[in-house]
Design a protein around this ligand. Structure first.
Ligand code: ADP
Ligand code: MG
Length: 1041
């Protein structure tokens, strides 16, 4: 609790020590001087008017107080508003905010602060905002028409206002209803010294533009208007012109149409102009004084505005029609009477206009829906007033305040103490002043002052204010709260301040002396019928509706209820309304009479504190309990805090509550158990309980949410799972069906193929395609036949050399044809070979050998092929010399031929006969019979021949040969191919050695011990002569020409 920390004085007077009036005042003063204007007495807020703008209001503070509980922050009107709004919202209790205090103590401001707080914290949204705006904007309109500057307050409410703001179950405002109480209409025609008429007149004259003024037939200069007090025209810090703009826009926001606004201003202007209607004395023919209007133009203008003939208006103002059962009598009014009539008309028009405005606002802000509503009532009524000269208005105002004080006493002092006793809570009585005796004095049926006043008004015979006073004196002379000259005399008490025509009431807030003058009139509140009928006839769209009684059809002889009784009954309704709601008190205190900031008049505050019963309030509060509630309701609200009582409690309510506190382990001082109710001493405990409840609700909400979410997720999951299974079964089914279909189709296809294939196989022979094959086979065969038969009949000659072969008749037989050709050729060769004699075979073998050695190498070879190898070219048979030479040789002479031997020394050739045997080469001179040279074939290492057509060859001898010393032989033979072939074969036969025969154009020949390089050159075709030329000792050039 922030109560004691950094606080100026004590923030809650309950903590005051010592508890007496002096310290209470000091505390208030101390706080006031530190600009702490709010102080608590428990849950009652005491507010001292600061007469200055303090920086403790606005959105920032609203946000702060919204988040904290009552005692956590400094005392503030927002804290009280917050408590009221929260209980309305969360405890479902209708609330009322009772703002009391003297005139100028700050009630209206407080009510506006409460409203603005509630507007700021309650729901948001377009709809809600427009409702809020309308509710808030009703204030400037009502203030313009219903407030005025008085000596006590520059913006004094001259009417009572009770506003019910209605909320839905969420706490969002739906709309409201405004009830107004008795406007002080006498102010329209007359104001006290230093006071002003209602603000709207000044606002209109200052704020309306020229055009509007002209339309309303007004002059800007306010000094021209008789109804406006000429002394005071301006109020400090009040800008009439800009306020006028604000009022206009507020009316628009509330929902007044432009026309309606114009009508309202027109009617206001009429009232103002009525004050300028000058009446003068006129004398009628019969000499009786009568009245007449001297300023005809003014009346005419008013008539025009009203939509009424000016003569008719004049007649209504200056005469009166008396109706009896038989006849109508018109009497002229005296000037005084006419003036009275004029003023009565002005007052009536204005007050009815004011009622019309309130009703019009209600129409806009009324709640359309029939749903259950929660209500917060804000009461801002005119404050207790003691003027120099108090009249009927003050009497009524003070009566109303008296009643409100009674509500406070009843609920906070009396009822509370009685309750403790009733509930059996130990209690020491706190004395307080009970004002019901004063209330009774004023309102008692048939015996109260109001009843007496009514009686006087209705009584036949001469009635005046003084008869009324004497009646009061008669009745209340002994009443302790009533005083008058008469009662004073009776008690032998002489008081100069008391006039004869006055009576005095000792109100709870002080003694007030009322002057009875005008009581009867004001209570009667009569308007001559001529006037109301004239108004009813007017053409103005608004005016006639204000005077429904002017309708001749509705004219009734029954008197309308008096102002006093009307007020009394509306106060009674208000009281009933307030008692049905949970009250929240704001006690406003005025710190000084001068409306000065910072000034604290202890005396003045002491009086207020006294009559407001602050001290008693503190005492009761201190000894008492901050909160009480029936066990059942309490248990209902807090049973969730204990495991034993939540969720079910089967025992009685009281036992349940006891159990609950037992578990919460509260100190026993904090709670008391009454007979039917539980009492909690300090708000702290209650806030603690509330906080615990809030936390618990959060827990429970989380639990419910958890279970709900779990359930939702589970069901959702199950649903999804079911669906999933369904989908997958369908899917799988479809898949399998498709697969099956495919397999089936494939199987069928395969089957069809197989069957087809089988069938085709079986029936192929019957098929046309088979026929084609057969035909082609047939054709093919016949072609083959034709080919082969053709070949047979047309075979080429069997001559081996004849290579002719017929071409194949068809391309396709090419390969076969080639094969056949080869076959035939081989067969021809074989047949040829088979018929050969052994000799022929030998000849051919030799030829074969020759070909292997020389074919393609030596140019002389091709010429040798067709010529058979004779061997004997010298006629060996006929030459015994030669035969002798070979006689010792084994085997026949293989070759006998004349060759030329190239001389090794000069290259010249000499003829020789060469004989080749199986083992030797024998060279001899044809003339000599002796062998010149015998060369063993085994000593021939190799042979070199040229590749040309010549017959030159060289026998290379091995070095170990017997003739080796002489060197190699260079010979030229005519049959070089035959010679060398047979030599080769002889070497092979005898020694199994392959004689190397080299075909070359350059080779080296060994002569004795030196080597000679032989170079063969062909010049010409090679068939010509062969010449050898020695070139130096080591070179021999052989040229073929
Ligand atoms: N809380 C406040 N802050 C500043 N000025 C205030 C406050 N309360 C009242 N006043 C001043 O006191 C004047 C009278 O207050 P008001 O509420 O009209 O009194 P009441 O309605 O009780 O007659 C206001 O015009 C204003 O100047
Ligand atoms: Mg006020």
């Amino acid at each position: 609790m922030a109560l004691l920390e950094n606080s100026v004085g004590v923030e809650d007077l309950v903590l005051l020590e010592p508890l007496d009036e002096e310290s209470l005042l000091k505390n208030l003063q101390l706080r006031y001087e530190s600009r702490e204007i709010y102080t608590y007495i428990g849950n009652v807020l005491v507010s001292v008017n600061p007469y200055q703008q303090l920086p403790i209001y606005g959105p920032e503070f609203i946000a702060k107080y919204q988040d904290f509980t009552f005692y956590e922050l400094k005392p503030h009107i927002y804290a009280l508003a917050n408590v009221a709004y929260q209980s309305l919202k969360f405890r479902d209790q209708d609330q009322c905010i009772l703002i009391t205090g003297e005139s100028g103590a700050g009630k209206t401001e407080a009510s506006k602060l409460v409203m603005s707080y509630v507007a700021a914290v309650c729901g948001k949204g377009e709809q809600v905002n427009s409702v809020k705006e309308q509710l808030l904007q009703s204030n400037p309109v009502l203030e313009a028409f219903g407030n005025a500057k008085t000596i006590r307050n520059n913006n004094s409410s001259r009417f009572g206002k009770y506003m019910d703001i209605e909320f839905d179950f969420k706490g969002s405002p739906l709309g409201g209803v405004i009830t107004n109480y008795l406007l002080e209409k006498s102010r329209v025609v007359k104001q006290l010294k230093g006071e002003r008429n209602f603000h709207i007149f000044y606002q209109l004259l200052a704020g309306a533009d020229e055009q509007l003024l002209k339309a309303l037939k007004l002059e800007r200069d306010r000094s021209g208007y008789a109804y406006l007090n000429q002394e005071v025209s301006r109020v400090d810090q009040m800008d009439d012109a800009s306020n006028f703009k604000a009022v206009q826009s507020a009316m628009t926001v509330i929902g007044f149409s432009e026309e309606e606004i114009r009508w309202v201003l027109e009617v206001t202007a009429m009232v103002l102009k009525l004050g300028n209607v000058k009446l003068s004395e006129e004398f009628q023919a019969n000499g009786i004084s009568a009245s007449g209007i001297c300023d005809g133009r003014g009346v005419q203008e008013i008539g025009e505005m009203m939509g009424l003939n000016s003569e008719e208006l004049e007649r209504a103002l200056c005469s009166r029609t008396m109706e009896t059962a038989k006849e109508k009598v018109v009497t002229a009014l005296s000037v005084i009477q006419a003036k009275y009539a004029r003023d009565a008309l002005a007052k009536n028009i204005y007050s009815r206009l004011f009622n019309w405005i309130v009703n019009r606002i209600n129409e806009s802000i009324k709640v359309g829906t029939a749903e259950k509503k929660k209500v917060m009532g804000v009461l801002d009524i005119y404050g207790f007033e003691i003027l120099e000269d108090n009249s009927f208005e003050q009497f009524v105002i003070n009566y109303c305040n008296e009643k409100l004080q009674q509500v406070f006493i009843e609920l906070t002092l009396k009822e509370e103490q009685e309750e403790y006793k009733r509930e059996g809570i130990p209690w020491k009585n706190v004395d307080f002043f009970d004002n019901s005796v004063i209330c009774n004095l004023i309102e008692r049926n048939q015996q109260g002052i109001l009843a007496m006043l009514d009686e006087e008004c209705l009584r036949p015979g001469v009635v005046s204010d003084s008869t009324f006073l004497s009646k009061l004196n008669q009745l209340f002379v002994k009443h302790s709260h009533y005083e008058s000259k008469v009662s004073q005399y009776a008690q032998r008490h002489y008081d100069r301040t008391m006039d004869l025509n006055c009576f005095r009431i000792c109100h709870y807030a002080g003694k007030v002396t009322y002057n009875v003058t005008g009581f009867i009139d004001k209570n009667n509140d009569l308007l001559f019928r001529d006037l109301s009928q004239a108004m009813w006839k007017a053409q103005h769209p608004l005016l006639p509706s204000l005077f429904p009684e002017g309708d001749p059809k509705q004219a009734s002889l029954k008197r309308p209820p008096t102002a006093g009784s009307q007020f009394k009954s509306s106060v009674a309704i208000l009281m009933k309304n307030l008692y049905s709601k949970n009250p929240n008190y704001i006690r406003c205190i005025k710190p000084n009479e001068q409306q000065q900031r910072g000034q604290f008049s202890s005396e003045l505050v002491a009086t207020q504190a006294r009559y407001l019963g602050l001290l008693e309030n503190v005492r009761v509060r201190r000894a008492g309990y901050a909160f009480r509630q029936a066990y059942g309701l309490f248990l209902q609200r807090y049973r969730l805090l204990s495991r034993s009582t939540w969720p079910h409690w089967n025992g009685g309510d009281r036992e349940g509550v006891e159990k609950l506190f037992e578990e919460l382990s509260m100190s026993s001082e904090e709670v008391a158990f009454g007979k039917t109710k539980i009492f909690i001493r300090s708000p702290k405990t209650l806030f603690y309980l509330e906080e615990q409840r809030r936390l618990r609700i959060q827990q429970l909400a989380t639990l419910i949410q958890k279970i709900y979410r779990g359930w939702r997720c589970r069901t959702h999951y199950q649903l999804m799972r079911k669906s999933q299974i369904l989908i997958s079964s369908w899917f799988r089914g479809t898949m399998q069906k498709k697969r099956y279909g495919k397999i089936k189709a494939s199987v069928l296809l395969l089957q069809a193929y197989v069957r087809g294939w089988k069938a085709r196989k079986d029936y192929r022979k019957y098929f046309r395609s088979g026929a084609a094959l057969t035909v082609t086979g047939f054709i093919y065969k016949s072609m083959v036949q034709k080919f082969l038969l053709g070949l047979k009949n047309n075979l080429p000659s069997t001559n081996v050399l004849d290579k002719k072969w017929p071409a194949a008749p068809y391309k396709c037989f090419n390969t076969a044809n080639r094969e056949l050709q080869q076959l035939f050729y081989r067969w021809k060769c074989k047949r040829f070979r088979d018929q050969l004699s052994p000799k022929q075979v030998e000849t051919l073998r030799e030829k074969l050998c020759a070909s292997e050695l020389f074919k393609g190498k030596k140019a002389a070879y091709p010429q040798s092929v067709p010529i058979p190898f004779h061997g004997d070219y010298v006629g060996l048979q006929g030459n015994p010399k030669l035969q002798k030479l070979t006689s010792r040789e084994e085997g026949p002479v293989l070759v006998a031929e004349t060759v030329r031997k190239v001389n090794r020394g000069n290259g010249k050739t000499s003829s020789r006969i060469l004989l080749l045997t199986k083992r030797h080469v024998i060279l001899t001179d044809s003339k000599k019979s002796q062998a010149q040279t015998v060369i063993g074939l085994d000593s021939v290492a190799g042979v070199s021949v040229t590749g040309f057509k010549d017959g030159l060859f060289c026998l290379h001898l091995s070095e170990i040969s017997s003739v080796g010393s002489k060197g190699d032989f260079l010979l030229v033979s005519e049959h070089v191919v035959e010679l060398l072939t047979r030599m080769y074969r002889a070497v092979l036969d005898t020694t199994q050695r392959q004689l190397p025969i080299t075909v070359t154009e350059q080779f080296s020949v060994k002569f004795k011990n030196s080597n000679v390089a032989v170079k063969v050159l062909q010049r010409g075709d090679g068939n010509g002569k062969l010449t050898c030329k020695k070139k130096g000792s080591h070179c021999l050039e052989v040229t073929l020409s």
